[in-house]
Design a protein around this ligand. Structure first.
Ligand code: ADP
Ligand code: ASP
Ligand code: MG
Length: 412
């Protein structure tokens, strides 16, 4: 029988009424003859609450293995509840926690990667008549036998991994918006829903902050050619509703810029007056990497008298760790700087589009639009299909709207 993966995010399973709605939607696909794997998130707000408890109980140096044991639990609840509701609708369903499948992951607690999803257990149950497997998203088991989680938003990745492992006809990601938009519809009322978006563009948008899909899920879908669709769990759905994430070749015409993404909670650090000598970057960024700091944008000033300033951006919640790493490196005399300046009030705004490969002038238009709004750019980075700028956080919404306007993204 053909298989389908359906994933429901936190707002879609926020209470029993919504879980009943989900069960109805799943029932429609079962009636069409699919064997369905449903991946669920925790009820909205639940994972944040669990993370809060971990921070309170464990302090800053909590045991990452126990963090995963706690924060993975929200998904267990929704999986069990949905299986029960499906059963009361007369559908043969059962819930599966990650370790039961088993979803085998790496040991990188709180950001584990899925390594393998063996088919045997599921195949046996489907053969016995199970119609729906309700899988707790976001979680797996490490080779050491400990519970792991896949990073925030990780249920998307669980869903795509199951679609790849079970060769599903489609992976439908049901959420609280009806597709992928040109930017977050909560920030710009002019945001336009796209019918299709290329994997490469979705990958960039996700990694630059558009949380509608976890980055890793897009990576997996691209690699394993999963038919990935994003759609609303709150509307009646046809087979071509929502946004299809697909190969570039399947999109006839596209704008030079496809979308605008943002990452609100960024920080900027500057090491003032470091020695400008070979190896200095390695001496700075090595310890930062070891401390698990995700450094993003980097700029080095022009040197004067053999010294220079090094500036980089990082997520705001990693500032304390980063500060410790560079100060420790200074204490070990591996680096030397005169001052450390930290700015925790910045955001990153990016424009993304595969059309940039063949069109010039995007950067100039972007910078002009920002300057017309009086927004100062602090750091710039570019790649083949994106341009990112770091700006003061208070201008973030304004910048997103200005860029959406200048690239006329409201028009298809
Ligand atoms: P779920 O709980 O279903 O996984 P998320 O909150 O993780 O839902 O992701 C959906 C949210 O992503 C939307 O409510 C929207 O605010 C946000 N979002 C950010 N960028 C975009 C975009 N380009 N298109 C659609 N939604 C976006
Ligand atoms: N519940 C997890 C989170 O909030 C995973 C997910 O919803 O995808 O991050
Ligand atoms: Mg999500």
């Amino acid at each position: 029988m053909p298989r389908l993966v359906m994933k429901f995010g936190g707002t879609s399973v926020a209470n029993l009424d919504r879980i009943r709605r989900v069960a109805k939607r799943v029932g429609v696909e079962v009636a069409k003859g699919y064997e369905v794997v449903v991946v669920v998130s925790a009820m909205s707000g639940k994972t944040n609450e669990l993370v809060g408890w971990v921070n309170e109980a464990g302090g800053p140096l909590y045991d990452a293995r126990e963090y995963d044991a706690v924060v993975s639990s929200g998904e267990n609840v929704t999986a069990g509840l949905l299986a029960m509701v499906l059963q009361s609708n007369g559908i043969d369903a059962r819930s599966w926690q990650g370790w039961q499948v088993p979803v085998v992951t790496t040991s990188a607690h709180s950001s584990a990667r899925i390594e393998e999803i063996p088919n045997a257990n599921f195949d046996a149950k489907f053969a016995e008549g199970m119609k729906v497997a309700v899988v707790a998203g976001f979680q797996g088991i490490s080779p050491e036998g400990r519970i792991t989680t896949l990073g925030r938003g990780g249920s998307d990745t669980t869903a795509v991994a199951f679609a790849a492992a079970f060769d599903a006809e489609r992976c439908d990601i049901y959420t609280d918006v009806d597709g992928v938009y040109t930017t977050d519809p909560r920030v710009s009322s002019k945001a336009r829903k796209m019918e299709k978006i290329a994997f490469e563009e979705m990958l960039e948008l996700a990694s630059l902050g558009a949380k509608v899909l976890q980055t890793r899920s897009v990576e997996l879908a691209m690699r394993y050619k999963v038919r990935l669709r994003v759609l609303s769990s709150f509307e009646e759905q046809s087979d071509n509703a929502g946004t299809l994430v697909c190969d570039e070749e399947d999109i006839m015409e596209s704008n030079v810029v496809a979308g605008v993404a943002f990452s609100r909670d960024e920080a900027k650090m500057t090491l003032v007056s470091v020695a400008d000598r070979p190896g200095v970057s390695a001496a700075i960024f090595g310890p930062l990497a070891e401390a698990g700091v995700n450094v993003d944008m980097i700029v080095q000033n022009i040197a004067e008298d053999g010294r220079t300033d090094m500036t980089f951006s990082l997520p705001v919640d990693q500032v304390a760790r980063a500060e410790k790493a560079v100060r420790d490196a200074m204490a070990r005399e591996e680096i030397n700087f005169h001052d450390l300046i930290v700015d925790t009030d910045v955001s990153k705004v990016s424009v993304v589009g595969i059309g940039m490969r063949s069109h010039t002038g995007v950067a100039a238009r972007m910078f002009k639009a920002l300057s017309a709004e009086g927004i100062n750019i602090k750091v710039i980075t570019t790649s083949e299909i994106k341009i990112s700028v770091l700006i003061d956080r208070k201008y973030m919404e304004l910048a997103v709207q200005a860029l959406h306007d200048v690239f006329e993204l409201e028009k298809a």
